[in-house]
Design a protein around this ligand. Structure first.
Ligand code: ZN
Length: 964
């Protein structure tokens, strides 16, 4: 028997923008119009009830659907009910799996699933990730099983892996992506034998050259027998690499079915004549029907654990460059992802407004940005600009939402109810390059600079606020009016230069002179709450002791030691190199070097580009062996400033009460002379004996063990010793030996590895001059222009390093990782402090005053939906066995979490909230050679409505719809 099914793969932006793809403009770049596809597919389906079609990208479907009249909508609902049109995946887009954060993956899927639920009352059953460049463990167990999918289908796996799987018929597997959940969370995963296009000769797009079935005996070229034989031959080839007698043909390709009848006509005929021939049976089908047939075949399947990274299509084409491509765009997405989480909380806390600004356009833009050519950095520059524009529009609307909601939230008289706030806050998206007009301005007489810090985390945090100011005679007071410690650090030139160029490039205004100082102070903010700080002018004579302008060290000793707290870093004053890290609390003392290098891209035909990474040698060029350093010290933070060369600048910060070092890098413009491309890396080098092993995260969630030059599923032929060992990183990377651990956390999606034992490497930036060979036909050469003056992109960001005793690093990684993802939301205003205090709650929490979530639990969604119900997601942050204390059952008390509100109804749902958890069907599959060491995962029990306590086992995410 044969099973067929049909689809069109419609990228949510790539060579063209999403709008251009939808309406079919700019067809000189690529002939593609999604509106035509949907129009014509629907017409073709209505002509014959046997025909079927699957559609994946709901952002396109949504646009089309909104523009149809009720009559067409009714017809489409009939097609969906009859199973002729099936939504697969059903997210806003077909998300990338390498550069995406799991929270973004959940959000974008929810957006599409809610649409399908509301309009069609359907729940997608199949994952359809046919095009992303490699596949993640989180996709399998979280964005698969937890959505109620029983199968997932994709095309792109490593060429060596595919070859081996063809030989032993293991392309189709039972995938257990989670070490914690093991066999209790598994999905049927179908990797296609070749690609997601049809077998050769069976592509029927209207304007392409194909050999139609000619079945009219009057035609001179009557060819039914020939075409039937071609068909059966192609089927036999595929049957030889597939278990059971069901095979799948993916009848479609990128933006196909512009005139759907062209395909359906051919397939109708082929089905008719092939079935008449009788050797095989062909039919229209869908991925979920295919999976049902596979299950009914009572076959046992090979087991797959971990993931499908990295992905290569040949010896020299490793898709590991895109882990880092377009690093500022990746950072923008991550920053807005955290902001979106906080903004929805605030929106919920004051009650979602039915009119006026809200967070929807940000959710739409973020949904689009998760597409496998968006966050991946693999679309053309004009398309990337279009994504960024959508994000900027969404961000500014969300910012207005937050700025007008905050006054309502914190006004002590209003109790959360307010229509028109009397004052507004400003927020500063360009704070990292010192641009924040409100904090830079002179504080008016009789007023203070009011800083409200909102904490979206479920636990109290102590964090450092850093704002640009022009005056160093300022005092910072806490919510009780007590003066707290503050510290000034003079603004560096790297920031000054970035500010003057990038503020104009990004927001179109030329900024005034850069502020003189960064002002640091420590903020302590309750969970799901806020705290207020008042900054005012000090009397100049009685210069307060708490005001501290950092001293600049002029090192005389051979070794310079920095760090106001437990963690110390020592540097060589001769070379400027980091030499050691030691922590006086844990006793860990480790020789550590830190450096910058670059790989020159290969000049061969298969070179680095937006997708690929192919250095011309295994040893990168060092940026600088010896680098001068400038040290500043104060009570809160010590900083080491280093200019490695004219385009790499770095500040290492060690804060009081923080057990890690923060590295702020400023890289660019990358010079391009004498080379086709440069890929800039940082290396952290220790003498740890790591035996080729390192750990990287899966979409910011589980940590996966990686072994250099090794794959668990096949004997790896190492062709690219660097690129072939790169993995995607969204949360962090760590190494360990018998004694200690070294961990690095990142602030955005990036690529990384451990190329030598004891070493961690991150690729931070890349600029490729040569034209892309992966389809873009455009170099990855990001230019930023102001008034016609263009320069290569300069990036700024952070990574964070910590040393820990073996077995204890996960606490730092999990807690700090959450803090990096969800930073304090800062809002600024100039007000009279006394008036403010008398009318506002200066420090409060939305939870019970004495409550906080356990440290192993994060609140990942709190959102009021359009129908007034509230979407709540809470996530356990630890894997089974990850930490002796925290890898255990955690409890969340909803009564205390929602203090002051009465919870009237609670319903546990699937991850995308489109079906009752209790109604989700778990499909079971027979796994061959399943050994006995399967874990028995801890899971929380049902929620008792009287106690309202939610239990979470390790790595569990539980989703609820609430009514208050
Ligand atoms: Zn695609």
């Amino acid at each position: 028997m044969f099973i067929w099914f049909l689809t069109s793969h419609d990228d949510v932006g790539w060579l063209k923008t999403i709008d251009q793809y939808y309406v079919g403009s700019n067809n000189s770049i690529q002939g593609a119009c999604v509106e035509n596809i949907l129009d014509s597919v629907i017409m073709s389906l209505r002509r014959d009830p046997n025909r079927k079609f699957v559609f994946a990208e709901m952002v396109f479907f949504h646009r089309w659907w909104e523009r149809q009249n009720p009559e067409i909508q009714k017809e489409v609902r009939k097609l969906v009910d009859a199973g002729q049109l099936e939504f697969v995946n059903g997210g806003w887009c077909m998300h990338d799996e390498a550069a995406t954060h799991y929270i973004d993956m959940i959000d974008q899927t929810t957006l599409g699933h809610q649409l399908i639920k509301n309009q069609f009352n359907k729940t997608p059953r199949a994952g359809w990730q046919i095009d992303p460049f490699g596949h993640s463990a989180v996709q399998a167990y979280l964005l698969g099983v937890e959505l109620g999918f029983d199968s997932i289908h994709f095309a792109r796996i490593d060429y060596q892996d595919r070859e081996k799987r063809q030989e032993d018929k293991s392309l189709e597997v039972i995938w257990q992506g989670s070490r914690t959940f093991g066999s209790s969370s598994q999905i049927f995963a179908n990797a296609f034998p070749v690609h997601y296009s049809p077998p050769n000769g069976f592509s029927f797009e209207v304007n392409t050259d194909f050999n139609p079935v000619q079945d009219d005996p009057l035609l001179f070229d009557f060819n039914v027998e020939i075409r039937v034989n071609d068909f059966i031959n192609s089927a036999m080839i595929q049957a030889n690499v597939t278990r059971t007698n069901h095979i799948m043909w993916t009848m479609g390709d990128d933006f196909q079915y512009q005139y759907a009848e062209s395909w359906f006509k051919q397939m109708d005929k082929l089905i008719h004549y092939v079935n008449k021939d009788g050797r095989v049976n062909a039919l229209y089908s869908t991925p979920s029907m295919y999976a049902d047939a596979k299950r009914a075949a009572s076959e046992s399947w090979p087991l797959k654990t971990d993931d499908y990274f990295p992905y290569a299509i040949s010896a020299n084409t490793y898709f590991t460059g895109f882990f880092t491509s377009r690093p500022t765009f990746k950072r923008y997405i991550r920053m807005l992802s955290g902001y979106y989480l906080a903004a929805r909380q605030i929106e919920f806390l004051i009650g979602r407004r039915s009119a006026g600004p809200n967070t929807y356009s940000l959710s739409d833009a973020l949904g689009i940005a998760q597409h496998h050519d968006a966050v991946s950095g693999t679309s053309r520059l004009h398309t990337t600009s279009d994504y960024a524009k959508r994000l900027a529009i969404g961000a500014s609307e969300a910012e207005i939402t937050v700025s007008s909601a905050l006054p309502c939230l914190i006004d002590s008289k209003l109790n959360g109810q307010c229509a028109t706030p009397t004052m507004t806050f400003s927020q500063c998206q360009l704070l990292n390059i010192s641009f924040c007009p409100t904090t830079e301005a002179d504080i008016p007489e009789g007023k203070s600079l009011v800083v409200v810090a909102y904490n979206p985390l479920g636990w109290e945090r102590i964090d450092f606020v850093r704002i640009p100011v022009n005056d160093h005679y300022l005092v910072v007071k806490d919510s009780m009016g007590k003066i707290i410690e503050s510290q000034y650090v003079e603004l560096d030139n790297a920031t000054r230069n970035m500010r003057s160029f990038y503020v104009e490039a990004y927001i179109g205004i030329s900024p005034k002179e850069a502020p003189k100082y960064w002002l640091f102070f420590q903020a302590s903010v309750p969970p799901l709450g806020w705290n207020t700080y008042f900054i005012s002018k000090a009397s100049r004579k009685g210069n307060s002791k708490s005001v501290y302008v950092s001293l600049v060290d002029h090192p005389k000793n051979e070794t310079i030691v920095i760090g106001p707290g437990n963690l110390k870093l020592s540097f060589s004053s001769a070379s400027g190199q980091l030499k050691r890290m030691f922590n006086s609390k844990s006793g860990i003392d480790m020789p550590v070097q830190q450096s910058y290098h670059w790989y020159a891209s290969s000049e061969e035909a298969e070179s680095s580009d937006a997708y690929h990474f192919r250095p011309n040698a295994s040893t990168p060029q060092v940026v600088s062996r010896s680098v001068p350093l400038k040290v500043t010290r104060g009570p809160l933070v010590h900083e080491v400033h280093q200019q490695f060369n004219s385009w790499v600048y770095q500040i290492i910060r060690v804060f009081k009460d923080k057990e890690h070092a923060e590295v702020e890098f400023t890289i660019g413009p990358i010079p391009t002379e004498n080379t086709v491309g440069k890929e800039i890396i940082t290396r952290v080098t220790t003498n740890m004996s790591t035996e080729k092993v390192f750990y990287t995260d899966s979409n910011g969630r589980d940590f996966l063990k990686r072994v250099r030059d090794y794959r668990a599923d096949w004997p790896l032929a190492v062709t690219q010793p660097i690129a072939g060992n790169y993995y995607p990183i969204n949360l962090g990377i760590f190494i360990e030996d018998m004694k200690s651990e070294l961990s690095v956390l990142v602030d955005r999606a990036t690529g990384g590895s451990s190329i030598n034992d004891g070493e961690i490497e991150l690729m931070l930036h890349r600029r490729i001059i040569k034209d892309d060979t992966g389809g873009l036909v455009e170099p990855l050469d990001e230019l930023i222009c102001v008034n016609g003056t263009c320069e290569g992109l300069t990036i700024r960001g952070n990574y964070y390093m910590s040393i820990n005793e073996r077995g204890t690093g996960s606490r730092w990684r999990r807690t700090t990782g959450q803090e990096i993802y969800s930073p304090l939301l800062l809002a600024f205003s100039h007000e009279n402090a006394q008036n403010w205090k008398s009318s506002h709650l200066t420090k409060a929490t939305a939870m019970d005053a004495n409550y906080s979530l356990p440290l192993n639990v994060a609140l990942i969604t709190l959102q009021e939906l359009v129908d007034g119900s509230v979407l709540l997601r809470i996530a356990h942050l630890y894997e089974a066995g990850e930490d002796v204390e925290y890898s255990s059952l955690a409890k969340v008390e909803l009564k205390k979490m929602f203090a002051g509100k009465t919870l009237k109804a609670l319903k546990e749902t699937s991850l995308s909230a489109n079906q009752d958890k209790s109604e989700m069907k778990r499909t079971t599959w027979e796994v061959e050679d399943q050994n006995g060491s399967d874990p028995d995962p801890i899971r929380g029990g049902p929620v008792d409505m009287s106690t309202l306590i939610v239990e979470l086992g390790p790595m569990e995410i539980r989703t609820f719809l609430l009514r208050f």
